[in-house]
Design a binder for this molecule. Structure first.
Ligand SMILES: Nc1ncnc2c1ncn2[C@@H]1O[C@H](COP(=O)(O)OP(=O)(O)OP(=O)(O)O)[C@@H](O)[C@H]1O
Length: 711
């Protein structure tokens, strides 16, 4: 056998062994992931078992049966209903609220995971009023505390806060109430720092407890306890001492989001292993999620954002625009103002007073849009935020869920729009690579952005390990009919990897943008040329598939992200793995996103509803695209019959929406050609199965009894 063919055979065998090794490593990773999940499940089951055993023991100890059926009857039912209705003005409980209140009133520790706007506050405020004594509430932000105390005082509930802004006189009143039970105080708010730093306060609390007057301890935004959470606050770590010092006082920990890992972590940190968990769905059915391709031209992005706001929210409806950096915040706010949008910036570098002023103007509807960094976060209590726009991608699915979730806390339809461009990925990755699972979390977010088929909502369900629910056409991938074509980019990938090898052999490195730039020549040699944005998309896809990987290097001023060869590059080089790139098909100028700028998500939803209704009701539905407000009414009252439909339209017309309907009908008639355009596009083969599925759905029954209220 000639030497060269012997070498080739050996190389071939070596490659096969390496491929097999890679497969084994993948399998090990898969098994390790599975092992981690099983460990989580194991400790969760142990905790539940212990809690059952604990409650069985206390049942025996108390010689009275202890109900685990939290929706059953309890001795405080009537009084609780009275407080709910007559003090809080709330007609009925929402999901889990009553059960949580009953568990707390039964003296159990409770962990509540309930989406933003779900009604967590009532779960501890109502038992606080119902119980004898004072409830202690730990909340992370001054502004949040101020809002809550103001709200409770307005309801006539004696509430106070002990913070750096509390006057001496007020402090005296609070200490007397704790120590001697004097005065009238039901709910006391403090920041976590008070527990960890003020011995005086803790000693007063001990006296209060000793006298049997500490009714419950509520820990709001409890995810701040966990380093795995997205808002870790060191002072939250010390809150575990509360359960140690006051073991018989029920603790209620509340948060809007917590993965299984975070839940276990915070149960441990707070010393509440036997707590009863109430986990509500993460689904926010009123939020429309969408992602738009972000132009590389900064001004074009601002034009698009301004157009989105001015065309859909012309009546000064509130919104937030999140930006990556402080500088970007200021720039975007300025450029939006130049385009006639009432906007101002908010970031951590501003003086506290200036920040507070911007927040107040926005809260009072004197300012339409806050352009903020993530510093504009917890403590935003505004219920009627109609849109949250991300100027660039967030660092994880969890932070995106939280930030976008600030829209629509009042339950009315609202929009969450994210602008994505691959070049934003290295900016984020160089910030998060040192965090626990930082890169993994970011890449999950990138997958969400890049996906052109998968329901956006289902990505959240997967992330939070929740069974899937119907999106109801409330995301771009479910609502839009999308034309896509798949390009075989295997040759481009091989050429890219070879180029990177050459760069590395010369002891050099390349950032993503440098790599794409250097690839220009090779790009021409490979069968057909990929466009610059397609190449950027390809590089990101290859990083997600581990054909390439990111590496980081620090300079005195910054951390740079470079692209290098990843563990699976060999598979591609040796033709064992094909790389397919999904791009919008058809003419580049008439892409899906250009349609999107004419039809906002909600309008598309209504348009779908209109089409559905016209086929059912012989086209009597007005041929119009309505305002967000009208849409919200229609979407919440989806009519089932022609009579119901006419009734709703009649009501809309007799109210202030009537004029706007006529105005929009006029506008739409002049847009008729554009509508035809869309119809043509829909005739082309589509790949969006979800959209088809959502169209098949029938309209649901109208709740006639509450129609007036909704209108
Ligand atoms: N059962 C109910 N019926 C009607 N409205 C309710 C009910 N419970 C709470 N609400 C109202 O819902 C709104 C949101 O409640 P709350 O502020 O407690 O939400 P949250 O879960 O704390 O949200 P976030 O995490 O965003 O702070 C409030 O205006 C509250 O009065």
């Amino acid at each position: 056998m000639p030497a060269s063919s012997g070498t080739e055979d050996l190389l071939e065998e070596l490659l096969n062994v390496e491929l097999e090794l890679q497969d084994v490593q993948d399998e090990i990773k898969r098994l390790l992931d599975k092992q981690e999940k099983l460990y989580e499940k194991q400790s969760e089951l142990k905790a539940v078992l212990e809690s059952y055993q604990g409650s069985e023991k206390s049942e025996k100890d108390n010689a009275a049966p202890h109900a685990e059926n939290w929706s059953g009857s309890f001795e405080w039912d009537n009084e609780a209903d009275d407080i709910r209705f007559n003090i809080f003005g709330i007609p009925t409980y929402r999901a889990n609220q009553r059960e949580i209140i009953n568990a707390i009133m039964s003296g159990r520790d409770v962990l509540v995971i309930m989406a933003a706007g779900g009604g967590k506050s009532l779960c501890y405020q109502l038992p606080a009023v119902l119980h004898h004594g004072i409830a202690l509430v730990i909340s992370p932000l001054l502004s949040l505390i101020q809002d809550q105390v103001m709200g409770l005082t307005a309801l006539g509930i004696p509430a106070s806060m002990l913070t750096s802004t509390t006057s001496k006189e007020n402090e005296k009143f609070i200490y007397k109430a704790l120590e001697k039970g004097e005065g009238n105080l039901k709910i006391l708010y403090v920041t976590p720092e008070k527990i960890s730093k003020s011995k005086r306060f803790v000693s007063k609390l001990e006296k209060c407890h000793h006298a049997g007057r500490l009714s419950l301890i509520s820990i709001d935004e409890a995810h701040c306890c966990s380093q795995w959470g997205h808002d870790f606050r060191p002072d939250y770590k010390n809150l575990g001492i509360l359960k140690k010092q006051f073991p018989n006082v029920p603790v209620i920990a509340l948060t809007a989001t917590a993965t299984k890992k975070v839940q276990l972590d915070l149960m441990e940190m707070l010393n509440i292993p036997k707590c009863i968990k109430f986990v509500s769905t993460v689904n926010r059915p009123n939020l429309f999620y969408m992602v738009r391709e972000k132009s590389s031209v900064g001004k074009a992005v601002i034009d698009d954002i301004a157009d989105f706001i001015q065309s859909s929210y012309a009546n000064n409806e509130s919104g937030i625009v999140y930006c990556f950096s402080r500088k970007e915040c200021e720039q975007v706010a300025k450029e939006l103002r130049e385009r006639g949008v009432s906007a101002d910036h908010y970031h951590a570098d501003m003086d506290v007073n200036a920040r507070e002023k911007v927040h107040m103007r926005w809260s009072n509807n004197k300012l339409q849009v806050i352009v903020g960094t993530v510093a504009f976060g917890m403590g935003i209590n505004k219920p009627d935020v109609r849109f949250v726009i991300h100027h660039s991608l967030g660092k994880s699915m969890e932070t995106y869920y939280q930030e976008s979730g600030r829209a629509g806390r009042d339950g009315l339809p609202s929009e969450c729009l994210l602008y994505f461009r691959p070049a934003d990925v290295p900016r984020q990755s160089s910030m998060v690579f040192y965090e626990n699972s930082g890169l993994q979390n970011l890449y999950d977010m990138v997958r969400y952005c890049q996906s052109k088929r998968e329901c956006r909502r289902s990505a959240f369900f997967k992330h939070f390990a929740e069974p899937p629910q119907d999106c109801n056409g409330m995301c771009d991938n479910c609502a839009f009919l999308c034309e896509l074509k798949e390009i075989d980019a295997s040759d481009h990938t091989r050429a890219l990897v070879t180029l990177l090898q050459e760069i590395q052999e010369m002891d050099q490195r390349a950032t993503m943008l440098q790599l794409v730039d250097k690839f220009k020549v090779k790009n021409k040699e490979v069968g057909f040329e990929l466009k610059k944005d397609e190449l950027e998309q390809l590089v990101i896809q290859l990083i997600l598939h581990r054909v390439l990987k990111e590496e980081f290097s620090h300079t005195a001023y910054a951390t740079n992200a470079y692209v290098t060869i990843g563990p699976l590059a060999k598979h591609v080089l040796h033709g064992k793995k094909n790389i397919m790139l999904e791009v919008p098909s058809g003419q580049k100028s008439i892409t899906k996103s250009s349609k999107r700028s004419r039809y906002t998500g909600l309008e598309v939803k209504l348009d779908n509803l209109r089409k559905e209704l016209s086929s059912i009701h012989g086209g009597i539905f007005p041929h119009s695209i309505l305002s967000t407000q009208q849409l919200s009414i229609l979407c919440s009252q989806k009519p089932e019959s022609t009579e119901q439909l006419e009734k709703i339209i009649g009501k809309l017309k007799t109210q202030k929406y009537g004029e706007r309907i006529l105005e929009v009908i006029g506008k739409h008639e002049s847009d008729e050609e554009q509508g035809d355009d869309l119809a043509d596009e829909e005739k082309v083969t589509t790949v969006n199965r979800n959209a088809k599925r959502s169209r098949k759905k029938k309209v649901v029954v109208i709740d006639e009894s509450s129609e007036d209220e909704k209108l």
